[in-house]
Design a protein around this ligand. Structure first.
Ligand SMILES: CC(C)(COP(=O)(O)OP(=O)(O)OC[C@H]1O[C@@H](n2cnc3c(N)ncnc32)[C@H](O)[C@@H]1OP(=O)(O)O)[C@@H](O)C(=O)NCCC(=O)NCCS
Length: 182
């Protein structure tokens, strides 16, 4: 099966609202059309410990600085296990190097989470995942994509800004950022 067919298959499941059906299709990761040494697959439950560990390592200090509280695993699980969330992991030779979770509802996409493991950041994986989410959304005719980012998360804010996301509003110590896709 070609990458395109696999991609359409994932998108078809999303359209049909059956994205929670386990899919074992694997898709190569690209950024700006360049193939990376990484592959996507839909998250399965046994991935959760790795995703929680990655999120804690990346986000605990940011959440503490922004909100003065500990990041609880329950909050990460709440984001990625929502009934309408579609979550994929990015693997390099069997190691999970990143993941994203997106919801596409009512003509709008919302990125619940995007994380690249420390030690693998700055290699283009985050860009590849953003492009993938945006292409998925476009394939469903979705015209805009939103996300929250913490005030203190300067690196991520710059990352989104470079990819065309604009700051729309502020809620507490979070900014709402948005990109028009169409
Ligand atoms: C934000 C994040 C998802 C970006 O993913 P990434 O794989 O590091 O991103 P990329 O390699 O595609 O691009 C990173 C950008 O930072 C630059 N960069 C250079 N060295 C870098 C490094 N060591 N680490 C991170 N970024 C680096 C890249 O050149 C690139 O610049 P650009 O925006 O001008 O293109 C990732 O850094 C991350 O997981 N951060 C911690 C978790 C987080 O904050 N998530 C978002 C929550 S809202």
């Amino acid at each position: 099966m070609t990458t395109d067919k696999i991609f359409k298959c994932n998108a078809k499941h999303l359209r049909a609202g059956t994205a929670s059906v386990r899919q074992y299709f694997i898709t190569s990761a690209h950024t700006d059309g360049k193939m990376l040494d990484a592959e996507y697959r839909e998250m399965v439950r046994r991935d959760l410990p790795a995703l929680l560990a990655m999120s804690q390592e990346n986000m605990a200090s940011i959440i503490l600085a922004s909100w003065g509280v500990e990041l609880r695993d329950e909050e990460v699980l709440h984001a990625i296990l929502r009934p309408d969330a579609y979550t994929e992991v990015l693997e390099v030779r069997g190691e999970i190097v990143g993941y994203y979770s997106v919801e596409m509802l009512n003509g709008k996409a919302f990125i619940n989470a995007i994380q690249v493991k420390k030690g693998h950041q700055g290699k283009g994986y985050g860009t590849a995942m953003m492009e993938r989410v945006e292409n998925l959304a476009r394939s469903r005719g979705i015209g805009l994509i939103d996300l929250w980012v913490q005030l203190t998360n300067r690196q991520a804010r710059e990352f989104y800004r470079h990819r065309g996301y604009r700051t729309m509003s502020r809620q507490g110590n979070n900014y709402l950022m948005r990109k028009d896709l169409l």
